[in-house]
Design a protein around this ligand. Sequence first.
Ligand SMILES: NC(=O)C1=CN([C@@H]2O[C@H](COP(=O)(O)OP(=O)(O)OC[C@H]3O[C@@H](n4cnc5c(N)ncnc54)[C@H](O)[C@@H]3O)[C@@H](O)[C@H]2O)[C@H](O)CC1
Ligand SMILES: [K+]
Length: 491
Amino acid sequence: MITSERMAAVDANAAALGVPRKQLMESSGNAVAREVRALADPGASVELLCGRGNNGGDAFVAARFLSGYDVTVRLLGRPESIRTEIARENWAALGAAEIPTESVTDAADLALDDPDVIVDAMLGTGVAGALREPERTAARLANESDAAVVAVDVPSGIDADTGGPTGSSAGSGEPTGSGGSAVRVEADRVVTFHDEKPGLAALDADVTVADIGIPAAAERFTGPGDLLGLGRDPDSHKGENGEVLVIGGGPYTGAPALSARSALRAGADLVRVACPEAVAETVQGYSADLIVRGLSGDRIGPEHVDRALELAAGNDVVVLGPGLGDGDGATEFAREFLSRYAGRAVVDADALRVVPEVDTDAELICTPHQGELVGMGGETADDPEERAALVRSFADEVGHTLLVKGAVDAVSDGDAVRLNRTGNPGMTVGGTGDVLAGAVGALAAVTDAFHAAAAGAYVNGLAGDAAAAELGNGLVATDLIDRLPEATRDE
Ligand SMILES: NC(=O)C1=CN([C@@H]2O[C@H](COP(=O)(O)OP(=O)(O)OC[C@H]3O[C@@H](n4cnc5c(N)ncnc54)[C@H](O)[C@@H]3O)[C@@H](O)[C@H]2O)[C@H](O)CC1
Ligand SMILES: [K+]
């Protein structure tokens, strides 16, 4: 099963792996044509109802694969209004190949000549709201005809994620808000691409999943698609893009500052640091962009839990551990803090060891390297696939998301697993783990824990690769921070 949102991410990842959308559309169109061939012999009449997006583009390709059939390609809209370049290219290819096309803009001009097969390629996953005209009328005509109806990717008017009508948030199959009942194509067959869609199972249609050549690596590994949708809403206000509290420092002062600055560069609006008073000035000295809150004394200990919880309450995410040290008081603090905190937290460094034993309502993203993973009671292996399986089962066991750092990072929430290949040996320098924890913290303020961990690993490695390209093995952790804004851009 794959949601529309994940499908878009995987699509972008495939393009980054050298399999561009045009190639995918070619395979999609081919798969649609195969379905038509299975339904009707050559000579049969096939009406392709095409929208102006890529769903329509799939049908332009299908028409090319249907030589021997009496094909009509009917575009709902003017050719100039075809929205994507690849769909336009495939439309142009029809003309060049002398495959008959028609374009209809007015619903009143729509009529179907009793075809044997109708291909519904009006709307796929790019639909917004209930069907408009002329799609609405075309859907009615398709439903009234005796033809076998083959839907491309998803029947037009159906939300692929819910199975309900498009434009209804309930997705329950109930009519949409504007009074009229929702029109949707009642398909006999659906050719859907790459993987099953959650909304198709309940439909009264035969569903075929067509492999369109998206490599498994596009799902298995992080890629640029994992950043889609993480960009800022242009209308947002200060604080809406994430408020992060870093709790750490004491024996080390650089670590919490690195995490905090990283969170800012990865997109958080406000980042606060709670650290011992004795080092507060030093931490503040690293950057005027940080809001530093002192906790009495020179080490964080259990006496600071109340204050830390108070500070945490105003934030979306806590990053716990950078520079905390492994003293008994710090460990006790981490244990008690987590047992009383119920929000979302990234846990790193010396705070990791308390995770397996602590009883917490918090949602944690733990960022151990192999050694720390073993320290937590987890297992590791040399083979990356085996290691990924172990990370998955350990995440399931502890009930939290794990991001296990290595040459290839492994991320799992106990269910899904994603691997990250960005990064380079130059990043074994001190502080890059603090940068990662901060970046994941910033992302966890705007998306779910698993997505934040995967995207955080990806951007951290990408920033490291950009730094290494310029500085080789001379890179330092702050070089990554400087390159995070570019690495996190989602276009
Ligand atoms: N990897 C993939 O996901 C692949 C997908 N393919 C196909 O592409 C479609 C999705 O294409 P997209 O261009 O994003 O959107 P649509 O074609 O579904 O439609 C967008 C288009 O339709 C118009 N529109 C939107 N809402 C309405 C409405 N309520 N009523 C009428 N018209 C509407 C508007 O103009 C939009 O721009 C996917 O389903 C697959 O079929 C591939 O080709 C292969 C890879
Ligand atoms: K469709």
